[in-house]
Design a protein around this ligand. Structure first.
Ligand code: PLP
Length: 396
């Protein structure tokens, strides 16, 4: 029997649950991508995206997964043999690093423990020691570890070292769920994707390039065609694309941008902060360990939870999938089988927080992982006392 009653809980940290209104927009007929209706759609989404990135710069949209936008950041700004400084925050930082190495970029990797954010002091020290470094690349929210790095602190490190390096930031799992400011934080290239905070299916990815990054692109020697910013921006000026865009995903993106604008980005961030705090209180009640070591670096879009030694996070996830029809994120790299990851981002509300946590507690019982029962009550108590943007009813 393949039928499973009840809706699947997709609580991995991306792809996230896609709201019905977005699915409906994607299901509309595909339109002519050279016709007048598309031009209006193109201009509308390209303009609307700027508010989400908090930028006055143009936003570039690729019909690609986030990995493509990583590549675009590198090939548009750098040349073979250039040196880049990256921080080992976890799996995604490591993947970006291997991509750069395969291009013949020389990567210096600031070592990390997969439980902490990028070390701004170490970045500053490396920049002071080496004036030839062309770019610093940081993952804002490391999806493999549940740790957020402070982008303003990395920016300050570059400025204190008085270093000309560009700043690249991967916001794939933070954009539209955690505060992010391309312009104000002095980021040169932002990388993002559609399938996490933007509540879309996978298939779109984004770059925002500062004026400094655009100037670097003029000197950059990497061959590029599909990822070329210049051709893209030239077409985008009138709402069109140099090749066939993901028409239907852009129809969905328009709805997603409307939803984010209606709720208000600050409310969106507060909703994620609140879901994350409720989740952590539950985990701490269970007596399980958060993977993120420093409370100032907690991610608001996911929580990575360590299982006690001698227990298997993958067995727990398999049990939860079979029993409760819920998917949780797996541990990646050295965290394989050591952590499970709870995605609480995108189209997400209180009942999904408590439902997710209930499914996990059922799984902890079934697999015999030692824990203190009743974690969900700790989450409920927190949610009840923090109504968020909704006004609690006045006392009678
Ligand atoms: C999901 C994710 C990626 C990978 O994006 P793809 O769409 O799978 O190519 C990269 N970086 C971070 C931080 C992510 O969360």
């Amino acid at each position: 029997m393949t039928y499973k009653p009840g809706r699947h809980f997709l609580q991995i940290p991306g792809p996230t649950n896609v709201p019905q209104a977005i699915l409906a927009a994607i299901a509309m007929p595909t339109i002519d991508h050279r016709g007048p209706e598309f031009g209006r759609l193109g201009l509308e989404v390209l303009t609307g995206l700027r508010a989400v990135f908090k930028t006055s710069r143009p936003v570039i949209v690729y019909p690609a997964s986030g990995t493509g936008a990583w590549e675009a950041a590198l090939v548009n700004t750098l040349s073979p043999g250039d040196k880049v400084l990256m921080s080992e925050t976890g799996w995604f930082a490591s993947l970006w690093r291997s991509m750069a190495s395969r291009f013949g970029i020389e990567v210096e990797f600031v070592p990390g423990d997969w439980r902490s954010g990028a070390d701004a002091d170490a970045i500053e020290a490396r920049l002071r020691a080496d004036k030839t470094i062309k770019a610093v690349a940081v993952v804002h929210n490391e999806t493999s570890t549940g740790v957020r790095s402070s982008i303003p602190r990395v920016r300050q490190a570059i400025d204190r070292a008085n270093h000309p390096a560009l700043l690249f930031v991967d916001t794939i799992s933070s954009l539209a769920s955690m505060d992010y400011r391309h312009d104000e934080w002095g980021v040169d290239v932002t990388v993002a994707g559609s399938q996490k905070g933007l509540m879309l299916p996978p298939g779109l990815s984004f770059n925002v390039a500062s004026e400094k990054a655009m100037a670097a692109a003029k000197q950059a020697k990497f061959p590029r065609s599909f990822w070329d910013w210049e051709a893209m921006l030239a077409s985008n000026a009138t709402g069109y694309f140099p090749y066939t865009p993901s028409t239907n995903l852009l129809q969905g993106l328009k709805v997603a941008l409307d939803m984010l604008a209606e709720e208000g980005l600050e409310n969106v961030f507060a909703r994620h902060d609140r879901a994350a705090e409720a989740t952590r209180r539950c985990v701490q009640h269970w007596g399980l360990e958060l993977n993120c070591l420093d409370a100032t670096e907690y991610s608001s879009s996911l929580t990575a939870v360590r299982v006690p030694a001698g227990h298997s996070a993958d067995k727990l996830r398999a049990e939860i999938l079979a029993r409760s029809n819920m998917s949780l994120g797996n541990g990646l790299g050295p965290l394989t089988d050591r952590v499970f990851r709870i995605g609480h981002l995108g189209d997400f509300h209180d009942l999904m927080v408590t439902g997710t946590l209930t499914g996990i507690e059922l799984g902890l019982r079934a697999t015999g992982i030692p824990h203190r029962s009743g974690g969900v009550n700790a989450a409920i108590a927190y949610l009840a006392g923090n109504a968020g943007p909704i006004e609690p009813p006045a006392a009678a």
